[in-house]
Ligand binder design. Sequence first.
Ligand SMILES: Cc1cc2nc3c(=O)[nH]c(=O)nc-3n(C[C@H](O)[C@H](O)[C@H](O)COP(=O)(O)OP(=O)(O)OC[C@H]3O[C@@H](n4cnc5c(N)ncnc54)[C@H](O)[C@@H]3O)c2cc1C
Length: 217
Amino acid sequence: MDVDYDVIVVGAGPGGSTAARFCARSGLKTLLVEKEKFPRYKPCGGCLSLKTVHLLDFDLTPVIENDIWGAKFSYCLKEPFFIELKEPIVFMVMRDRFDQFLKERALKEGAEILEGERVVNVQAKNRGMEIELASGERFHSHYLIGADGAESIVAKSISLPPDRDSSSDLGSGVSHKVIGDGFLFYRLNSQEVGFIINYDIKYRMGLGGEETEEEEN
Ligand SMILES: Cc1cc2nc3c(=O)[nH]c(=O)nc-3n(C[C@H](O)[C@H](O)[C@H](O)COP(=O)(O)OP(=O)(O)OC[C@H]3O[C@@H](n4cnc5c(N)ncnc54)[C@H](O)[C@@H]3O)c2cc1C
């Protein structure tokens, strides 16, 4: 079968860029397709765990905004307790800069990219995979990696069931300057969790919740 690429990766978030980096490094002709033009804002707490930092085998210093050595926890807004460690437990990034950095690493290893191009359909064809872009352009590959996030068009196109029902989950996040330390709230009311994270320049606040039967009534 004639193919344009060995591997096409849909989505240039951390998952997609990292997959593309490994594929290109292994000598595979790799195309990364991303619907946004980077750098782009992405709602996210931006906490990188130590595990993630160790998995990424290059220096992340240029995109680390802050390191976190402890956390203040509160349950149902009761008296908080504070845990502090002898080394950083998480590193903070802004996703626009972090994702752009990872994307550049993939390109450095030889991956190609189409940015600002939305994949609208995916299908198995001639013992390979075909993607169709919103522009109508099509590309063929031996393998396809779907790294296009929670509303994945790749997963929908090949009828992969969602991991779980998230239709009743709610979440929101803002980046704003606030006064005081970072804070983690667990169970503000029943199912909600929240956080305020201290950055050098900015603070990140987030709130998440799940609709319960009790609240529906
Ligand atoms: C409010 C909030 C806070 C969070 N906080 C944290 C945290 O502090 N730490 C942490 O580790 N995780 C956090 N997460 C989870 C984290 O954001 C995700 O785990 C992570 O973004 C997943 O990376 P990914 O590369 O798989 O997908 P994504 O980051 O979602 O990237 C998918 C990419 O695919 C692109 N795309 C989508 N559809 C198409 C298409 N049709 N064609 C082409 N491109 C497409 C998108 O534009 C996007 O760039 C948070 C999530 C939320 C919602």
